[in-house]
Design a protein around this ligand. Structure first.
Ligand code: PGA
Length: 256
């Protein structure tokens, strides 16, 4: 894994945006795996700025979501499809019908999960997958205990995740209990993965993901198996990395 420790959250966002912009510049029809949550917002803002400056078109790119809540009406502002359109794609020229997510409104969720997997295959797979990490070590909504080979499926959220996400709802009881998420096996098929983490709240999960054992207890640890992962963290999120000095030393020799 490539571990990059940046001085602060804005530098994390700048570097992450550069990596996204490069992916689309090299391949205008890139399939971008997008994450919701607070962490990637600053990255999206930098990509939007590049688009507004005329340096980037996303007109041929595709956006695929990692996950979606079950039980919210389709027009609810906190669905991940609405969120990603609002915070990112609508501010660019990425066509609205190029934003894809699992159909959690289907009456047959098992079939909907299978058809999302098929769609990812039809699109040719994900070129660049952006990930956040939960304080419990989840990626997507693969909570602790998730099979490391899992595919897109229904999951139940942990109390920790529902508490973490309560800030997006008027009260904690409104946070859905269930979601559809790409599985860990699905995520691993992306050609390149970029995991972002900022702030000391994430330092424990980051250390377990990068330096801990490969274990379903910390789903993000599965990224240790992927050949092209960049973990991009700020100083606070890197706080518990035992090999931080080593990562900094390697990083000093690279151009990001
Ligand atoms: P956050 O969420 O970026 O809002 O901290 C990350 C996650 O739960 O995956």
């Amino acid at each position: 894994m490539e571990v990059v420790i940046a001085a602060d959250a804005d530098t994390v966002a700048e570097i992450a945006a550069r990596i996204m912009i490069r992916a689309v510049t090299e391949r205008p029809s890139a399939v971008l795996g997008l994450a919701t949550g607070t962490t990637p917002l600053a990255t999206y803002a930098h990509v939007v700025a590049a688009h507004r400056a005329g340096d980037l078109t996303l007109s041929a790119a595709r956006a695929v979501l990692l996950d979606e809540y079950i039980g919210l009406p389709p027009d609810h502002p906190q669905t991940y499809r609405s969120t990603i359109r609002r915070v990112f794609t609508e501010q660019t020229d990425l066509p609205p019908d190029h934003v894809h997510g699992p159909n959690v409104w289907s009456t047959d969720l098992v079939a909907a999960c299978a058809s999302y997997e098929s769609l990812l295959t039809e699109l040719g797979g994900v070129d660049l997958q952006l990930l956040g990490i939960g304080t419990d070590g989840h990626i997507g909504f693969n909570e602790p205990g998730s099979s490391l080979m899992s595919r897109t499926r229904v999951k139940t959220l942990t109390a920790t995740t529902r508490t973490d996400n309560a800030r997006f709802f008027s009260n904690q009881d409104d946070v859905p209990h269930h979601v559809v998420t790409q599985g860990l096996g699905t995520i691993l098929e992306a050609r390149q993965i970029l995991l972002l983490a900022t702030g000391s709240r994430k330092s424990d999960a980051v250390a377990r993901a990068i330096e801990g054992p490969l274990a379903a207890r910390c789903p993000a640890s599965v990224l240790q198996l992927h050949p092209h992962v960049t973990v991009l963290v700020d100083d606070h999120a890197a706080d518990r990395l035992e090999l931080a000095d080593y990562y900094r030393e390697i990083q000093a020799t690279k151009e990001l």
